[in-house]
Design a protein around this ligand. Structure first.
Ligand SMILES: Cc1cc2nc3c(=O)[nH]c(=O)nc-3n(C[C@H](O)[C@H](O)[C@H](O)COP(=O)(O)OP(=O)(O)OC[C@H]3O[C@@H](n4cnc5c(N)ncnc54)[C@H](O)[C@@H]3O)c2cc1C
Length: 327
């Protein structure tokens, strides 16, 4: 399971004692007029699409880049663990919670500008809004992403994609903030180390701030029809009636995770109220009150069965953070 966070150096400080000792100082510093809303001990279930998981020490919503930079400085100075969050559509926080700071970038840091074929986008912008704005402007290259329920930041971190398309294909530049130095860096596409559900940001503490795409001109009507067609197909194929986090496992080389899981007879298999979707075997759904432990245990059980049956190691696509039980 990936347990990394943007400031990996202090991973050992992921404990409630550590957070509770430093929380009051953070609260004092944050009350000095920073453009940032904070929710203390916020249930993560309200911020991830699985609708499960434990509390977040401090969930912060900076409203501009300078507030973000200042917030990151405070977190670094207090040696707190920090994690970025977009719409939480690929994230799960364990039931013991995340005793650190989570910086949420959605509407609070969103927006886009279109200049001819170039589109500049802030990290908190939803992929849905981005796809619709560009298609309506007669620009092709992102319409396939209109139904992916994430943000640009989470999408670039994951290099989100559909079939043969991925965000990396249309990227010109990505700008990030290095929390260690407080400076921003701009990367050309070739420097982003994009691959299948992979980017350089997965091995770096950087925070994605914005990106520039270069798109092709095309008729808006055709692009909008394509988006509608994709939405209809996904509606029929995916178990969207239950909370979920999209595909649980990455595609293993030479196989499809969903096919392996289905052939192993695991559709409908439950752990607590987490279930392998009977509609699509690479989805786990929360049928009601599933805990993060139910979901993680089910993931591990599927991995063990597929390893034994097919000698294939399924790698989770979703990212799991935090601690299992309160310490
Ligand atoms: C119903 C459903 C369908 C889906 N379909 C697809 C699909 O077709 N294709 C696909 O690729 N994915 C799909 N997903 C998964 C998910 O939507 C994508 O991975 C999406 O891009 C994640 O965006 P997010 O904002 O929700 O990221 P989050 O889950 O919030 O974060 C994901 C990761 O990115 C990091 N991160 C977030 N923002 C930043 C930032 N600004 N800087 C640095 N790191 C950051 C987080 O720390 C975390 O590790 C689907 C999910 C669901 C629920």
């Amino acid at each position: 399971m990936p347990t990394d966070n943007p400031l990996r150096t202090n991973d050992q400080h992921l404990s409630w004692d550590w957070f509770d000792q430093r929380g009051p100082t953070l609260k004092k510093w944050l009350s000095t007029g920073l453009d940032c809303t904070v929710r203390w001990h916020e249930p993560s279930a309200e911020h991830v699409t699985f609708r499960a998981g434990g509390p977040i020490g401090a969930l912060c919503f900076p409203t501009n880049e300078s507030a973000l930079v200042r917030l990151v400085q405070m977190v670094v100075e207090l040696d707190l663990v920090v994690l970025m969050l977009g719409r939480g559509s690929n994230t799960l926080i364990r039931d013991g919670g995340f005793p650190g700071v989570i910086i949420k970038m959605t509407e609070n840091m969103a927006g886009l500008t279109i200049r001819q074929n170039e589109v500049s986008v802030l990290a908190g912008t939803s992929l849905h809004a981005l796809a619709h704005a560009t298609a309506s402007a007669g620009l092709e290259g992102l319409e396939w992403s209109s139904d992916i329920p994430g943000t640009l930041g989470g999408g670039l971190f994951m290099n989100a994609g559909l079939n043969e398309c991925s965000l990396s294909h249309a990227i010109l530049q990505v700008t990030s903030l290095d929390p260690r130095t407080g400076s921003s860096l701009t990367y050309e596409r070739a420097q982003c180390d994009f691959g299948y559900r992979h980017s350089r940001f997965q091995a770096s503490p950087e925070i994605i701030l914005s990106a520039v795409f270069m798109l092709r001109e095309a008729g808006p009507a055709g692009l909008i029809e394509r988006m509608n067609e994709i939405a209809r197909t996904r509606q029929a194929k995916y178990p969207l009636e239950f909370p979920n986090a999209g595909s649980i496992f990455k595609r293993p080389p030479g196989h499809y995770a969903g096919a392996l899981i289905e052939q192993a007879g695991l559709k409908g298999k439950c752990r607590g109220q987490a279930m392998v979707s009977p509609k699509h075997a690479n989805f786990i759904v929360n049928t009601g009150q599933a805990t993060a432990t139910d979901i993680e245990d089910l993931i591990e059980e599927i991995q063990a069965i597929i390893w034994k049956r097919n000698a294939v190691r399924l790698q989770p696509e979703i990212r799991i953070f935090g601690i299992r039980a309160r310490n």
